[in-house]
Structure formats: structure tokens, C-alpha cells
Design a protein. Structure first.
Length: 235
């Protein structure tokens, strides 16, 4: 969309952008049956998985397009994880409309990782069980972190989470944690204590997982979107 605006020199309203996105998605889905993966694509993915490499799907395409295209090609369930971007439930109407596809993917054995969201996440039940986003955050990047379940696979593979994980963080630990009053089927993995005078106290909800069917749904309120660009080893 940005490239189109640069080339045409036009300014589009939010309604214009939404209309173009819908039209693009509709045309893409209409042509999807004629699209085939490159020869050897499935075999390559199988080889990588067999070598023990985790596979994740990262795309800006609509969820409906991804599910239809990769599903018909038999590639969708070859990926170990799907990661949604920060504030995705605020920005992506297609994600909100097709969230059930994500939960179906988890139910079949996939892992969905939901990065932090604001309060648009609370307008419907987007997780597998009832839960809401809170305004809890930890503003001190040096705040002590306590692991609540050392045996969780999420904290042990592919890298083990330990005290060194939390060294060198920038700006903050995280924000918009999952509310503490969530369904008991969600499991908190971390507790972070903010020493900041106006935000003191131990807080959970920064990293929460839930088993759903054969797979896992994970909420990440940790500020990885700041730490990864900063080259923080623990992120």
C-alpha cells in the first residue's frame, strides 16, 4: 500500500485503504486455486523440520488468504508457529474477523504467539479461553524477573531461560500484560517486580501460555519488539 501511494502521489482515506485491501483480498482468493507451490517446497519444509529446525510463518497477508493458499497446498500445518505482530488486533480487521482460523490451527497442534495488544483485544474472546489485556506494565528495564514454572518447555527450548536472559534490556520489561483475572487454563510463567515508586509490586501476565487441543496459545507482553532491534541477547 505504501509503495502504491508513493508511485501515484495520492492521499487515501482510511475508508479508501480498507476498500482496496478488501478488493485485493477478494481477487487474491478468487485466483488462489490456480496458485501452486514451487516444486520441492513441501520436501524442503519436511527436510528442515526433520533436521530439528523450528518453522514459523511471518506474513503481512490476510489470515484468510494465508489459510486458503497454504491449506490447499498442504503446507499450512508444516509450520510450528504463527506470530502476530504488536497491537495486531487493533490494526488488522482481517485478523479479528478470521481469528477462529488461528484457534483451529492451535487445536490441530500448532503454536500461536500473540504479541502485546491494547484494549481492542478485549472486545471479543480472541484467546482460546476468557482473558483480557490490562494496563499493567513494568517500566524498569532492570526489574527482577521470577520464573514461575522452570519445567515449562517454553522456558527450556530452543534456549533455556535463566538469569542472564534478563541482562542488558532497554527502556522497559514489557507492557499491556494479560489481566491476572484470566481463565485458570492460562498459566503464568513469569512474575516481574517493578521497583518504580509509582508502579511497585509483583506483576504477572507478561508471558502466559495455554494448551488448546493439541497445540499451544502464548501471550507475550514482554517488550521483545524493543529488545530484538536493540540486539539484546536474551530476547
Amino acid at each position: 500500500m505504501s509503495a502504491l501511494l508513493r508511485e501515484t502521489g495520492r492521499t487515501l482515506s482510511e475508508a479508501d485503504i480498507a476498500m482496496l485491501q478488501r478488493a485485493h483480498q477478494e481477487e487474491y482468493l478468487a485466483q488462489a486455486d490456480s496458485v501452486r507451490p514451487l516444486p520441492g517446497a513441501a520436501e524442503l519444509l519436511d527436510f528442515l523440520k526433520g533436521a530439528g529446525l523450528p518453522l514459523a510463518l511471518v506474513t503481512s497477508s490476510s489470515l484468510a488468504s494465508v489459510e486458503k493458499h497454504l491449506g490447499r497446498a498442504g503446507l499450512y500445518d508444516r509450520f510450528d508457529a504463527i506470530v502476530t505482530g504488536v497491537r495486531a488486533y487493533e490494526r488488522r480487521a482481517d485478523l479479528r474477523a478470521n481469528n477462529s482460523l488461528l484457534l483451529d490451527y492451535v487445536n490441530r497442534g500448532g503454536t500461536v504467539i500473540v504479541q502485546y495488544n491494547k484494549f481492542e483485544f478485549n472486545e471479543a474472546q480472541y484467546g482460546p479461553y476468557p482473558a483480557k489485556v490490562s494496563n499493567d506494565r513494568v517500566t524498569d528495564e532492570h526489574a527482577p524477573v521470577k520464573v514461575l514454572n522452570e519445567n515449562s518447555p517454553l522456558l527450556n527450548a530452543p534456549n533455556r531461560i535463566n538469569e542472564e536472559t534478563w541482562n542488558g534490556w532497554v527502556q522497559e520489561r514489557g507492557l499491556y500484560f494479560l489481566d491476572a483475572d484470566h481463565d485458570s487454563r492460562y498459566k503464568d510463567l513469569l512474575e516481574i517486580s517493578d521497583p518504580f515508586e509509582f508502579n511497585k509490586g509483583a506483576k504477572k501476565g507478561a508471558l502466559v501460555e495455554a494448551q488448546y487441543g493439541k497445540g499451544h496459545w502464548v501471550y507475550v507482553g514482554l517488550g521483545l519488539w524493543r529488545e530484538l532491534p536493540a540486539g539484546v541477547d536474551g530476547s
